[in-house]
Design a protein around this ligand. Structure first.
Ligand code: KG4
Ligand code: ZN
Length: 352
């Protein structure tokens, strides 16, 4: 089965063609960094317009690169939410139009499900159930992935998402946007022990996360330093921040493993997904933790951690294989929790 996937929920226009045999025939991502950079963050209106301008051309290129035509497809998938609604509408309308014209099944994929299933695209051995740490710009959650469409949220952030914390901390340090990768680079030769930053939630029961206090601590640390920040101060701050995040995530992940094993004693894999999963320090820390717990650590390649079309095409293929499809009157969803039964956490930065 061959599925085309469209991702437009944030600031990347992405289209990919993926087969159920785990072949990525094409995977194109157009970043809107240049458009949003001057504003220091994503401007929803600008994002929606840019998606609209780019998506048709990108879809044609993705098909050409795959050496395929619409007639060769078995389904067309688009992110149906959660995300910036203007962009989601662009992707969903595009996919519906293709589905209607070519008589194909349409799949509205939850963006989080795309991240959650990506590891199965690149790792054929990864069976259900597995424990997933989903860490992106809008979400930070531990999910028990029991099957396609079967997700149990074990913990979530009570305020900011971890990627959001990276972006805000990087902004405070004057590193620019997007903060995550820039902060990781700045931290490379920094002294991670120089600033004593808090490890939010460490030692607390459960596996909820919190990052707003850490961001505030970074602000206070910066206010105590001479301005403008020296290169060395910036490096050490970045390294100290990254270390605090990795440490907090490892503590929470240890508890999440225990909770997940209580539900599934035979649980064998810890999977990390989402943009922050591209961070090498965090990956290494989680890999150590998994090894210590006798679990496999599975992380998709860096290019499939940040938003892309392949994750949407793959989740579409997984759902199509189960005989699932969505009606053409599907309404895009700005909020769309993966586990609707999970209690709503009323923190500041909760996006779904
Ligand atoms: O999954 P993603 O591409 O988009 C969302 O669905 O949010 O994640 C983007 C987030 C941004 O906050 C970005 O700063 C963060 O992932 N990120 C990183 C790294 N690369 C991207 N954070 C830390 N270290 C990185 N190397
Ligand atoms: Zn994402």
């Amino acid at each position: 089965m061959t599925v085309l996937g469209i991702e437009t929920s944030c600031d990347e226009t992405a289209v990919a063609v993926v087969t159920s045999g785990r072949e990525i025939r094409s995977n194109l991502v157009l970043s809107q960094l240049a458009e949003h950079g001057p504003y220091g963050g994503v401007v929803p209106e600008i994002a929606a317009r840019a998606h609209l301008e780019q998506v048709d051309g990108l879809m044609a290129r993705a098909l050409a690169e795959a050496g395929l035509d619409f007639a060769d497809l078995d389904g067309v998938a688009a992110t149906g939410g959660p995300g910036l609604i203007g962009g989601v509408i662009v992707g969903v309308m595009t996919a519906k139009a293709v589905a209607a014209v070519h008589g194909l099944p349409f799949l509205a994929v939850n963006h989080l499900e795309g991240h959650a299933l990506t590891a199965r695209l690149t790792d054929p051995e990864l069976d259900f159930p597995y424990l997933l740490l989903l860490v992106s710009g809008g979400h930070s959650q531990f999910l028990l992935v029991e099957g396609v469409g079967r997700y149990r949220r074990l913990g979530t952030t009570i305020d900011d998402a971890v990627g959001e914390a990276f972006d805000k901390a990087a902004k405070l340090m004057g590193l620019g946007y997007p903060g995550g990768p820039l902060l990781e680079r700045a931290a490379e030769n920094g002294d991670s022990a120089r600033f004593a930053l808090p490890r939010p939630m460490k030692g607390r029961p459960g596996c909820n996360l919190s990052f707003s206090g850490l961001k505030t601590a970074v602000r206070f640390a910066i206010e105590a330093l001479p301005t403008p920040l020296s290169e060395a101060d910036r490096r050490d701050l970045a390294a100290s921040f990254q270390e605090a995040v990795a440490d907090a995530l490892a503590d929470r992940a240890r508890r999440a493993v225990a909770l997940a094993r209580a539900a599934h004693p035979g649980l064998r894999a810890l999977v990390v997904a989402g943009g922050v999963a591209a961070n090498r320090v965090i990956r290494a820390r989680l890999a150590d933790l998994a090894e210590g717990a006798g679990m496999r650590f599975v992380a998709p390649p860096l290019s499939l951690c940040t938003d892309n079309g392949a994750m949407i095409a793959w989740a579409g293929a997984e759902r199509l294989a189960m005989g699932l499809a969505d009606p053409l009157d599907f309404a895009p969803r700005p909020r769309w929790p993966l586990d609707p039964a999970a209690p709503r956490v009323t923190g500041a930065g909760i996006k779904a």
